[in-house]
Design a binder for this molecule. Structure first.
Ligand code: SDX
Length: 377
């Protein structure tokens, strides 16, 4: 029975899921029924990853085993390091991440997705190795050696260590861990959808995650965080915000970090990120970008009055990552390091009741056209 065509499948359920839920009108995001604000305050990224993957909070022994498994699988094969070394220095880190993840699966057995044990270890490897790949490319492209993971450091601490070479400040690593929780999952977003479409063909999980990384890269999706910081730098100081935003809107251009397909109020993650900014600034000093961002939000809310367009998760995240010493083009790879937990949770769900995604189309072309020989065209 034909259905109405909805551009971008806006509002069209593409799957049934219990992983997370968004109330776009009230600005509520829950992972397996638990609010993100509570998870940021009381959980950790790894515990949240378990919650997303397996549906409930882990027991102490479950969590200790999972954390140990992830820690033990952070290292990447030397051939993956060699592959990354062959990539152009001026390339985009999301391309490097997608290339390395697609290649990663070639090194591991157990890609038959019918085996739950295989799938557990694939999930562990992907969660464990994405940070190592992101840090490796960031260092190798600037001529530095990549640093092996340190098993004595936690998930976020270890990433910042592999990236910067220094054991991170406790406030910064706890803040990064909270940022990873905030970016871990978000119902049927474009990159999750790309992943489950690939998963529905029974492709292996490394290929599924490589599909999702490709979708996340786009500036309308995960790539917005990098664009926001570039915009804030272009604006320079709060006094320039009004003419900049007014000009952008007059040209019918999109304000990066604003708007959302589902939220019709401010993204609750943006609010939590602002709170994290204030914590970090108290310890590590303020960021000039933040004052500009607050003024952009004030001006935009005024100029967009009446339109449900408010800051989303990408508007404040880059300011924090910049403070942690993460380069702007690595912001989306950090988003991917977190969202891989959500992608894998939906992959598990898809496999439980799989049906190949193969939607229909409304054909607008012609029929019965004759072939015209080249000599007559
Ligand atoms: C993420 O889906 C998810 O859950 C994604 C995400 C996740 O966690 O996975 O939340 C992460 O991707 C957040 C979004 C990051 N992207 C950006 O910040 C890019 C800027 N935002 C826009 O491109 C836009 O808001 C989208 C793409 C996010 C959503 O847009 P929709 O739902 O496709 O709606 P639309 O583009 O058709 O816009 C509807 C109207 C238009 O105006 P009219 O033509 O009707 O007059 O709202 C306007 C748009 O011009 N509008 C904006 C705007 N976003 C929408 N106008 C100015 N600036 C914006 N940012």
């Amino acid at each position: 029975m034909p259905h109405d065509f909805m551009p971008g499948l806006a509002g069209v359920p593409a799957a049934k899921s219990a992983v997370s839920d968004v109330d776009g009108g009230r600005g509520v995001l829950e992972y397996r029924g638990i609010g993100i604000e509570e998870l940021c305050a009381k959980s950790s990224f790894l515990e949240t990853a378990w919650l997303l993957l397996f549906g409930g909070l882990p027991t102490r022994s479950d969590f200790d085993r999972f954390a140990r498994d992830v820690t033990r699988h952070r290292r990447i094969k030397y051939r993956i390091v060699e592959l990354i070394k062959c990539l152009p220095d001026q390339g985009h880190p999301m391309d490097a991440l997608q290339a390395a993840v697609a290649a990663l699966g070639m090194f591991y057995p157990g890609r038959n997705v019918a085996d739950a044990d295989n799938n557990y270890w694939s999930a562990v490897r992907l969660i464990a190795k994405l940070p190592t790949i992101v840090a490796a490319y960031a260092r190798l492209r600037r001529g530095d050696d990549c640093l092996p993971p340190r098993d004595d450091l936690g998930f976020a601490d270890n990433f910042l260590y592999m990236l910067t070479g220094q054991a991170p400040d406790d406030v910064l690593s706890r803040t990064l861990d909270a940022c990873l929780i905030l970016h871990a999952e978000h119902t049927m977003n474009a990159s999750t959808f790309a992943g489950i479409v690939t998963a529905s063909t029974l492709a292996d999980p490394y290929t599924v995650v490589a599909s999702s990384i490709g979708a996340l890269k786009g500036p309308l999706h995960g790539g917005a965080n990098e664009e926001v910081v570039q915009m804030l730098r272009d604006i320079g100081e709060p006094g320039n915000a009004r003419p900049y935003v007014a000009g952008l809107l007059a040209e019918k251009r999109k304000l990066m970090g604003f708007g959302h397909r589902v939220y019709k109020v401010k993204d609750p993650r943006a609010t939590v990120l602002q709170g994290l900014c204030e914590q970090v600034f108290r310890k590590c000093g303020a960021s000039p970008l933040y004052e500009v961002a607050v003024e952009v939000e004030r001006i935009s809310t005024e100029l967009l009055a009446g339109k449900p367009i408010y800051p989303n998760v990408d508007f404040y995240s880059g300011i924090l990552y910049d403070k942690m010493g993460i380069e702007a083009d690595c912001f989306t790879p950090v988003f991917a390091m977190a969202r891989v937990a959500g992608w894998l949770a939906h992959w598990f769900e898809q496999l439980r009741e799989n049906k190949l995604y193969r939607p229909d189309q409304i054909y607008e072309g012609e029929h019965n056209r004759p072939y015209v020989p080249l000599s007559q065209r």
